[in-house]
Design a protein around this ligand. Sequence first.
Ligand SMILES: *Cc1c(COP(=O)(O)O)cnc(C)c1O
Length: 456
Amino acid sequence: MKDHSPNSWEARADRHSFYGFTDLPTIADRGAVVLTGGTGPYIHDVHGRQYLDANSGLWNMVAGFDHPGLTEAAQNAYAKFPGYHAFFGRMAEETVALSEKLIEVSPFADGKVFYTNSGSEANDTMVKMLWLLGGAEGKPERRKIITRKNAYHGVTAVSASMTGKPYNSVFGLPLPEFLHLTCPHYWREGQEGETEAEFTQRLAKELEDLIAREGADTIAGFFAEPVMGAGGVIPPSEGYFQAIQPILKAHGIPLISDEVICGFGRTGEVWGCETYDFMPDAIISSKCLTAGFFPMGAVILGPELTARLQAASEAIEEFPHGFTASGHPVGSAIALKAIDVILNEGLLEQSRALTPSFEAGMAEIMARHDNIGEVRGKGLMGALEAVRDRATKTPFEGHLSVSERIANACTDQGLICRPLGQAIVLCPPFIMTDAHMAEMFEKLDAALTGVFLDVA
Ligand SMILES: *Cc1c(COP(=O)(O)O)cnc(C)c1O
């Protein structure tokens, strides 16, 4: 498939561009997929091939790649006010309106919003806010951040330290003061003979022990994705948030819900914390916030953290933090439109309507392929875990790169889906139809059949 001529798009992509999170041997072999654009849930490459993107770009393009309302909102916003910041007490009117809207649709009765350009920066910002609070409230030792193994919170030095993935060791991360608990994945982490409820209790006990060992006074906050996304789509074990929230509350440790993926409908409700019925102290949002049409992140503080941060900032006379493009007027206008499209123009309903056929499609794949060991997910996010042996949950040998092979076989079929560990992740855009859904599972099924035959 790869065009080896020196002026091919593939060669030009290689020459002067770095790829993020890309398996370089695969690219050396297959070449990059260089894109020209997209229509609905499809993307197009420079060779005129079309791919159904079952990953909504990176979870974010939930309204597809050419939504006319979003494009128009962006064009109008650029014509009106193409750029400004939110420093020194100045702010675009669109940004003021977006903050009002975010608090309105948040689970909070009141609160404040701080803008960033990405989810990583939003997590970084939240950590700095918590550290600032520690200092301002006479508890400078209150700095430790708790997350879970397999969590994904981003790639900046702080958010990568929160991310519970072994690959960050190549950077000498995590930084000190970042602690990682067991991933709440019952299928993989549950012990012999342990029920799911017992598993959840064990994890709650682990949190309690950690707090006792480290000292509650040294812990600044606990961050969790309602459903872990880039860790491989891992919904919490039964009763997880109900078990841990009271422990955190008892020790005065803020619970931050990283809703960068879950926020704006992915799990079937506006927020993942609504799906799993817990009340965080703050929400981290990005990705779907602009339906992927602009890079933007937001820290949404609930009433208590708002009041405390307000008091701390006033004491030092300013909050010394912000990005040049924080609260960008165009991004704010696009986010306002994206929220409207998702909540008021039927996109959330459409995602809910698609969920039964999504779940049925994944269950059918599992029924047809013995080498799928687990199907998991919530709403329109799902993962299929490939295994050598379903009964013993034995994974395929690492050198076989099974999930990469499946993803490559899908690409050959005109379907984009993502390998994560030994799982294949599906998070389709909310604009899909039943026909798109059928196409997605048909192509995935063909790819799985070929690869499992190969590695048997
Ligand atoms: C993607 C992601 C981030 C990081 O967002 P970027 O915009 O890539 O920096 C943080 N948290 C979660 C849960 C994510 O999925």
